[in-house]
Design a protein around this ligand. Structure first.
Ligand SMILES: Cc1cc2nc3c(=O)[nH]c(=O)nc-3n(C[C@H](O)[C@H](O)[C@H](O)COP(=O)(O)OP(=O)(O)OC[C@H]3O[C@@H](n4cnc5c(N)ncnc54)[C@H](O)[C@@H]3O)c2cc1C
Length: 388
């Protein structure tokens, strides 16, 4: 077993680190200012700044990291993406190297040649943005309970229903919509994925819902929304498995985001403990503070190894659903704990918006809900261990 990073991995890590230091860290005060003004989601960065960052990322070759070469990407492995994600999340400035990876994985598995041209290739090049609509008011953790229906009429489908918590619905050029095509079969052959273009008649963006941590997903309604047969993504009734693949990739990513955020909190804790003096002694010399630091470093070490192993196993083509669940539970909870302790060590300053800590703390909270709540992941892990 060799844990040494290969040259290409080290180079990518260095390039992303430089990008974060030079481009993203200087924007943190702007993000905090806009957050204080009540801006959320994609508005945390002004569009012209986002455009500039995209151009700089492209210039630095940080584009389409895990996109196959035939679609103009770098064709890097998931392990590389995991290294890049850790670095990107050492800052609160929200930025992703296009495209958004999880939908890419679902599209690569399912697109027809025609859909490749129209959706996958422009998406992989970062020219189109996407969203995925799975959750409903009555079906979140348990998507098999969805009520949205798609009924075939001639060579088209009529979709009716309601989805909730859909991230980036307003900026997506297209959306992957999951709907019931067989009410009896549900997750076992009755759920189909559809590609729905922005502006399709019957697609109603009903309201944006600001939630903790600067996220602002949407509630959307489909009212007799017509989708041509050519927009069925994958096989009819077989949408659940590619959707699960997409969720698994995202769970691995969330694990690496948490490692990056926790590392930033630890670095800040260490720096501050060395300079802050109370009652004539540095915080660094107090055992209670040393234990925060030691426990944080130990937890980050464990989570990073879990993330690296999960990514490596995924790259070997193995099933990592169990590892992704374990990583998501462990990493989101450890990063929450470390962000809280980092705030504690910084005292009043830790509560303030002068530092990125409280933003990170809020940002972490919904990560224990989206892509599956912690309790559901624990249940899934235990269920597979307890099964006869
Ligand atoms: C910021 C944000 C962005 C999101 N983006 C998207 C998106 O882009 N697309 C999309 O489709 N969805 C999205 N979601 C939805 C998200 O995936 C769901 O909120 C999540 O799956 C939980 O579903 P729910 O809210 O219906 O909670 P429920 O399923 O009602 O669960 C509520 C609570 O019950 C408990 N619970 C549930 N089941 C079990 C169980 N089996 N065992 C033990 N405890 C259990 C858990 O504590 C859970 O938190 C987003 C959510 C948020 C907050």
């Amino acid at each position: 077993m060799d844990f040494t990073l290969q040259e290409e991995h080290r180079m990518l890590q260095d390039t992303v680190r430089r990008f974060v230091r030079q481009e993203l860290l200087p924007l943190e005060s702007l993000v905090l200012q806009r957050d204080t003004q009540g801006m959320t989601g994609e508005d945390l960065l002004p569009p012209e700044v986002d455009e500039k960052l995209l151009a700089k990322a492209k210039e630095a070759g940080l584009w389409g990291l895990d996109v196959p070469e035939e679609f103009g990407g770098l064709n890097l492995d998931t392990f590389s993406k995991c290294l890049a994600n850790e670095e990107l999340h050492k800052t609160i400035t929200p930025f992703t190297f296009p495209p958004d990876a999880p939908n890419l994985h679902m599209l690569m598995q399912t697109c027809t040649p025609e859909q490749r041209e129209r959706y996958l290739i422009p998406y992989a090049r970062g020219e189109k943005r996407s969203a995925i609509a799975i959750s409903e008011p009555g079906a979140g953790s348990d998507p098999a309970g969805m009520q949205t229906t798609a009924v075939k009429k001639g060579d088209q489908w009529v979709i009716n229903g309601r989805k909730i918590w859909i991230s980036r619905a307003h900026i997506a050029d297209f959306m992957i919509v999951m709907a019931l095509t067989d009410k009896d079969k549900r997750a076992r052959g009755g759920i189909t994925a559809f590609l729905v273009d922005k502006g399709t008649p019957g697609l109603i963006l009903q309201r944006q819902i600001p939630v903790i941590g600067g996220h602002a997903p949407w509630e959307i309604v489909f009212e007799d929304m017509i989708v041509p047969d050519s927009h069925v993504l994958g096989e009819i009734g077989q949408g659940f498995a590619p959707m699960q693949l997409r969720l698994t990739v995202r769970r691995l990513e969330i694990g690496t985001w948490c490692v990056g955020m926790a590392q930033r909190c630890l670095d800040m804790m260490v720096d501050y403990a060395k300079q802050r003096v109370t009652f004539g002694q540095r915080l660094a010399d107090r055992q209670s503070i040393q234990w925060f630091i030691a426990d944080a470093a130990t937890d980050i070490y464990a989570a990073r190894l879990m993330a690296h192993h999960g990514a490596w196993k995924f790259d070997q083509g193995q099933d990592v659903r169990q590892e992704a669940s374990m990583l998501k539970v462990f990493a989101t909870e450890m990063a929450t704990r470390i962000a809280d302790q980092a705030m504690q060590v910084h005292g009043g300053m830790g509560m303030s918006k002068d530092l990125p800590l409280e933003f990170m703390y809020r940002r972490l909270r919904p990560m224990r809900i989206f892509e599956g709540p912690s309790e559901v992941h624990r249940w899934v892990i235990a269920r597979s261990l307890l099964k006869e």
